[in-house]
Design a protein around this ligand. Structure first.
Ligand SMILES: Cc1cc2nc3c(=O)[nH]c(=O)nc-3n(C[C@H](O)[C@H](O)[C@H](O)COP(=O)(O)O)c2cc1C
Length: 172
């Protein structure tokens, strides 16, 4: 029934360390509060990422554009419990400023989050993260995305089916 909520934007959740980063693709990312700045991410109970976030109590939400689609697919189909997927991906991990989890250089924004709450929601765990630092690329100015120049990834529906957001601004 969750399929009725699609299309949804697609992100990368980075956990682990700069020595051993573990990126995981996630559609289930939601803003929760402006002040304090909070967001939530639902992570499946069997994901290696869940174990890592529970241990280190932080993560990074990285914002990919369509050029990174192949890497997004790898991060979303390979588990870090079995393979070092960072090595399979063609991205550069860089140290974050305020959290242990690294950022991804090629992503247009990296939101560094500290876990402030964790709620069991059925077969997922919902991590509430306080955004403690953000770094960003040219796709953003004053928190506004340049939608005419950059193609942000959306997951159209289950499986390898993606679209981008379109670039026409429509006023109500
Ligand atoms: C487009 C896409 C979106 C996904 N969204 C989520 C999500 O929101 N939450 C989640 O737990 N898994 C999601 N997944 C599945 C995980 O990314 C996948 O199981 C991954 O291999 C888990 O990696 P890990 O075991 O290293 O944590 C998604 C996969 C894809 C391809």
């Amino acid at each position: 029934m969750i399929g009725y909520l699609y299309p949804l934007r697609t992100y990368l959740i980075v956990a682990g360390t700069i020595e051993k980063p573990n990126p995981m693709t996630a559609d289930w990312v939601v803003p929760l509060s402006f002040n304090p700045p909070l967001l939530g991410v639902a992570v499946g109970k069997r994901r290696y990422t869940k174990k890592l976030i529970e241990e280190q109590k932080d993560f990074v939400v990285s914002v990919p554009t369509i050029e990174l689609l192949r890497d997004v697919w790898i991060a979303g189909t390979v588990s870090g419990a079995r393979e070092n997927k960072a090595e399979k991906m063609n991205v550069t991990f860089t140290p974050s400023e305020k959290v242990t989890a690294p950022s991804i250089k090629e992503c247009q924004a990296n939101l560094e989050c500290r876990v402030v709450n964790e709620v069991e929601t059925g077969d997922h765990v919902f991590f509430v993260g306080e955004i403690v630092n953000v770094t960003h690329g040219d796709a953003f100015e004053d928190e506004k995305p340049a939608v005419s120049d950059f193609k942000f990834i959306m997951h159209a529906f289950s499986g390898p089916n993606f679209i981008w957001q379109g670039d026409e601004i429509i006023k109500p």
